[in-house]
Ligand binder design. Sequence first.
Ligand code: NAD
Ligand code: MN
Length: 355
Amino acid sequence: MKNYKIAVIAGDGIGKEVTDEGIKVLQAIEKLDNRMAFSFEYFPWGCEYYKKTGKVMDVDGLDKLKEFDAIYLGAVGAPDVPDHISLRDLLIKIRQGFDQYVNLRPVKLLQGAPCPLIGKKENDINMTVVRENSEGEYAGTGDWLYKDKPQEVVLQTSVFSRMGTERIIRYAYELARKEHKSITSISKGNALNYSMVFWDKIFAEVGKEYPDVKQYSYLVDAAAMFFVKDPARFEVVVTSNLFGDILTDLGAAIAGGMGLAAGANINPEKKFPSMFEPIHGSAPDIAGRGIANPMAAICSIAQLLEFFGEKTWSDKIIAAIEKVLVDKKVLPADFAGTAATKEVGSEIRRQLRII
Ligand code: NAD
Ligand code: MN
């Protein structure tokens, strides 16, 4: 029997409410499948922890997380802590520290999910966004000159290394080849005359090794427009850290909303643990009321199981969510229902046992 060790960072706001439901899904699977067991260790990091200790996570946090098979993250962020502190000292520290250079974000319209685009069916919105997750615009380097003086200037430097750019583009090409899909690179070479000209060059260069994969290239502003007007043209999408961040919120919006969108932060070499999370934040506006939609957090459990090689269970989780969405009897508030987080979680587990 395989025993998977999972580190849970529930974080702030609705983070704990939604990860509780994801954990219960794994516990249900453990009962249904005696090949697998899961153990959980909880880390109380995030903004509340910061307010008590002055640190968002322990100084030796990465050492503590190193031994786990995966990290399950809720969300971090609180209105009274500057967002760049919680984001950079926890989320980005783990992504970069564990070289989770692939951020895999499925944008898929599930059966029964509310779609704001008129006339779009499941087949029209079914893409995987491969976002660069270790450098680019989020490299964290820059300068702040003449602070608070009239001549104040800030520089935020993007870093695109050949190694970093090549490996993410290659990962996306491999995925497209494996799934017999087209690949679309999204960049902005017309305005960003260093970083994105370089990106486009690497995309074309690596593309020569994949003559069997249909290759497209879009400017990010045009791509944003086509995400709304004609999302069917995108299958595997590869893009930079910032563009991927923004486009996947748009992707979430066209595929049912933030309540359904998950993302995996992957270290493909498995040298370090990978991290799975809903892409939404801590939602302070609804936190503590028990009404958050746990589907995104449960979708990220599906991604975690797929990463462990348990594709059948991953597919079953998505099918269970689809069943709940199609039935429309137990829906959360963001889908115009009245069910509490726990009720939605429990209904998904009930469907999972039937499937
Ligand atoms: P958010 O995703 O928390 O909320 C945006 C809107 O979507 C809110 O109206 C919220 O109620 C709603 N929403 C989000 N998730 C939902 C769910 N599961 N069910 C129902 N409704 C949901 O984004 P924000 O308001 O921009 O940020 C709030 C805080 O979260 C900030 O501190 C931000 O830095 C942080 N944040 C963290 C992460 C992360 O930890 N990965 C990601 C994004 C934002
Ligand atoms: Mn984001």
